[in-house]
Write a protein that binds this ligand. Sequence first.
Ligand code: NAD
Ligand code: AKB
Length: 318
Amino acid sequence: MNTILVTGALGQIGAELVPALRTRYGDDRVVASDIRIAPRERLGRNGPFEIVDCTDSHQLQAVVRKYRIDTIYHLAALLSAVSEQKPQVAWEVNVGGLYKVLEVARQERCAVFVPSSIGAFGPSTPREKTPQDTIQRPTTMYGVTKVTAELLCDYYYHRFGVDARGLRFPGLISYVAPPGGGTTDYAVEIFYAAIRYGRYTCFLKGDTQLDMMYMPDAINAAMQLMEADPKKLLHRNAFNVTAMQFTPEVLAQELRHHLPHFTLDYEIDPVRQAIADSWPRSLDDSAARSEWGWQPRYDLPAMVRDMLSKLRTKAETH
Ligand code: NAD
Ligand code: AKB
């Protein structure tokens, strides 16, 4: 029976992963944790919540022992744009924190889920249909930490037998919690602005194509990988996964099917544009499909339809 700790649980992914894990395994078997205090209406209500700084091994170990944790979903990290603003902190949290988590997992015999990102690739990586195994020379601190994290997870599996698994997520689109400071955040902000103001000013150029995924698919992917038969996993860690590719212009066109007067203009942020220009335009996720049956449910039209409907319901109930 799984007893799970989620670090960074108050972020964009954790806000939806924790309820999904609690539905599957039971409220008391999923301990949400973050360096911040949970807002009253959020995760603490239906199950345990603990303050845990992932860079503090004593805090990690105490919680793992207190609840007899056997699986850690390690979400605590700084995203790409914030990592460029604070590269030293990004290294400390993204690499230092992961190292502490893997050490506790080794000592307490836990499995670990670690999300990587399309940010683990760089300008010398093939940008179209980026293969599972290819050149990884990222030029951002976020990317440097993600490649390091992928290597550390592989090392802990091969050297110590820690069952560390992971996915390279594309940009994630969701309506429960706001994104935490990434390059793909425009693809979430645009929905709030479209509904509220009928217009959005985008910080990436209109023809910047990136891989994207709707959050329900991302949550399913993480849980499905952690439940996958280990004998079938040739890679185990850092699987490419994707669901759709679009540019800001293409997303705006799709939004106009529902909001015909929506307008999009641009104020380019050179830092985030440079990050986006160094990332793949599309991923090849055939290894995930063949090794553990990955298949997304939402394409662009289905995602846009569902986002607009969920955000309208959210606006009516607040
Ligand atoms: P987020 O920024 O929304 O949330 C991260 C959470 O970590 C925050 O709640 C923050 O308070 C917490 N945190 C920060 N420092 C901490 C520390 N020292 N100890 C404990 N908690 C700390 O991030 P997210 O979008 O939920 O992403 C989670 C993971 O998924 C990250 O590894 C990220 O790189 C990866 N990822 C996310 C996306 C995406 O589009 N959201 C895409 C690819 C990969
Ligand atoms: C970011 O833009 O930093 C994240 C990611 C793709 O890793 N959304």
